[in-house]
Design a protein around this ligand. Structure first.
Ligand code: PAF
Length: 280
């Protein structure tokens, strides 16, 4: 497995690899890899001739006061995991390689970013949209793989690809959960053992709302009140949002009487957790 640190190295290697690397799959990550990332890699392997994983803790998607400096960066371990998955190369540039100090161009997606995490993480989705566009430009993948756990990110990336006519197939992959239902996330490492137990209440609340919708309950205010109760009964938590939204526009709906996405962001201790499920 090769490790590319610069844009020129990556471009040159992809050029030299030519048709042998096509179709080329990209799994964009910020490292601190877990089974969720490896599931993306495996899906990419099943569809593509070669897979590149980018490992880049993207500074521009962290809002002021967020965990950029303490975000886990176990790079050697990540490389070992990827080597075992027969990844062709890891693209791991330094921040200075991806961002010139005087860059003034960003990719901004409006509308979709007004909802869910958008208001709580100012600038976050501009940072994501910009780095993903740059990664696509540098690595020219045919397909890129994104987890549904970051459902809003997935929809934002799809919109960028559509609006900017980028020739990349965006492949969504289901959320990977631990046996107790907690969605895998690199940030779960911030949870203490009791908080990790408490975190089960998030997926439990989502799945019970999903079941109730399947049984015909469609009043969103009732469903959300129940989810709130369930989460707060598990321990102290700061609920940023609990919403039932249209999956395409991400706008809140009043009745869950058609396909919807149930989504939440909750802070438990120092950890901000997001999760979502489709319903019915
Ligand atoms: O989901 C992530 O890890 C990041 O937001 C991504 C897509 C790699 C962009 O930095």
């Amino acid at each position: 497995m090769q490790v590319w640190k610069t844009i020129n190295t990556a471009r040159e290697a992809i050029h030299v690899g030519g048709a042998d690397l096509r179709p080329l799959g990209l799994v964009p990550t910020m490292g601190a890899l877990h089974e969720g990332h490896l599931a993306l890699v495996r899906e990419a392997r099943s569809r593509c001739a070669a897979v590149i994983v980018s490992v880049f803790v993207n500074p521009t998607q962290f809002s002021p006061g967020e965990d950029f400096s303490r975000y886990p960066r176990p790079f050697d371990r990540d490389c070992e995991l990827l080597e075992n998955e027969s990844v062709c190369a890891v693209f791991a540039p330094d921040p200075g390689e991806m961002y010139d100090g005087d860059a003034t161009t960003t990719v901004q997606v409006s509308g979709l970013t007004d909802h869910l995490c958008g208001p709580f993480r100012p600038g976050h989705f501009n940072g994501v949209a910009t780095i993903v566009t740059k990664l696509f430009n540098v690595l020219s993948p045919d397909a890129a793989f994104f987890g549904e756990k970051d459902f809003q990110q997935l929809q934002v990336v799809r919109r960028v690809v559509r609006d900017l006519n980028l020739p990349v197939d965006i492949v969504p992959c289901p959320t990977v959960r631990d046996a107790d239902g907690v969605a895998l996330s690199s940030r779960n490492a911030y949870l203490t053992p009791p908080q990790r137990v408490q975190a089960r209440s998030l997926s439990a609340a989502l799945f019970s709302a999903k079941n109730r919708i399947a049984c015909g309950v469609s009043d969103v205010s009732v469903l959300i009140a129940d989810m709130r109760r369930q989460i707060l009964a598990a321990g102290p938590a700061q609920i940023e949002y609990l919403e039932i939204v249209d999956p395409d526009t991400l706008k809140p709906v009043v009745r869950a009487d058609r396909p919807v996405r149930i989504a939440l962001a909750v802070r438990i201790g120092a950890c901000r957790l997001i999760d979502n499920v489709p319903a019915p």
